[in-house]
Design a protein around this ligand. Sequence first.
Ligand code: FES
Length: 389
Amino acid sequence: MKVKVSFIGLMDMLKFKNLKRDRLEAIRSTEIKPLKHYPVNDLADYYHPLKQYLKIAEIKEENKDTKSFVLVPDGEKSKKLAFFKAGSYISLYFKVGDSIASRAYAISSSPKEALEGKYRITIKRKVGGFLSSYMLDHAKVGDELFSTDPAGFLTYNSIRDAKNVIALAGGTGITPFISMANAIKDGIEDFNLTILYGVNKLEDAILKDELESIEKATNKVKVIYVIKDEEVKGAEKGLLTYETIKKYLPSNDEKYSIFISGPNAMFDFLEGELKKLNIENKFIRKEKSPETLNAGDKVFDILVHMEDETFTIKAKQDETVLNALERSGIVIRSKCHLGGCGFCRSRILKGEIATTKLNSQAEIDKKLHFFHPCCSYPMSDMEIEVYKY
Ligand code: FES
C-alpha cells in the first residue's frame, strides 16, 4: 500500500518529531520566577484547606452513649472553617498520649453554622471503639485537635439527584441527614427529604428534638422512626424493609433518590430490599462505615520511611497499617478510612498486605506497589514509604 504524504503533512511530522526537543528548550530558557498569585487559589484554600486546627468549644450529652461536640477554629493557625455541602464528613485527628487517632465523622450541623465558625459532630460509643470511648470519656472543652477539609459523596446534587430524597438511616448514620435537614430549613438546600430512621428503641434515636423542630419549621422534611424492638404510636415497627420503604415513596410516579447511611450490616440487609424497588443505580447514594478484616493474631515489624526519617514500628495483624502508624505517633494523611479517597496512598517497598473489600485502587497503582494503609492489614514484616501530614 502506498501512503501519500503531502507537503503540509511532512511539516507536521517534522514538528511532531521536534516537539520534545522544543519543549525542553522552552523550559530551559524560561526565567524562574514565583508563580503569580490568583484570587481563585485563595478560594480553593478556603474550601479545601489541607488542615484545619480546631478546639472543642462545647460538649452536649445527647443520651447515655452519645455526645455532640461543637468545634471551632483554634484562632491562631486556623481563623475560619471551610464551608461544606450538607452530608459531608471531616477526618478528625486527636492526640491520645503519644499516639494519634484519626476517624471520619459526618458533620451534623448546618453548613450555615460553618460560616459562623462552628462544626458539630455527634459521636456514639462503639463497642471496642478506641476513639469513640476516648472522646466520650475524656475529651473536654478547650481540647485541641485538627481535621481535614470536609469531603464525601453523600451530598445532594440537583443535577444528579431526584427532587425527592428518601434517606435510610441507622444508628449514628442519621448525622449527615440531620445536617441536610438543617440545610433545607436554612434555605441552603432545596429538596424534599423523607428520613426513615431505624433504631432498636425510640430512646436510642439521637437529636430527636432537633429533628422535630425542623419538621415543624419546614414541610420539606419528614422523619419516620422505624423501631425494631417496640411498638410506638406514629412510628413503624420492624426493620427498613421494602414494604416499609414503599409506603413513603412519592406518589404519582415522581422520581426519587435513595440515600443510605448506617452500619454495614444495614447495607447488607438493604441490598435485597432495594432490588425489589427496581430503582436505577444512579439514584442510589451511600456512604458505608469502615470494614474490618480478621487477618490473624501475629505481630510484625514495619520499617517506615517518611521524608528523611526512618522508624521501626510494631504492627498487629488485626489492625490496619494506618492504625499501627498512628499508634506509634506517625501522622499521615487520611480521610475516608474506607479505601476510596486515596488520601492515605503510600508505597510498599517490601512485604505483604491483605485489604478489605471496599478498597478501591487502579490496577496500575497496585502494580506500582502503592497501597491504602487505612484498609490494609500487615501479613508479614514490611518496609513502607509514607507521606507526612
Ligand atoms: S483514607 Fe481514604 S483511601 Fe485511605
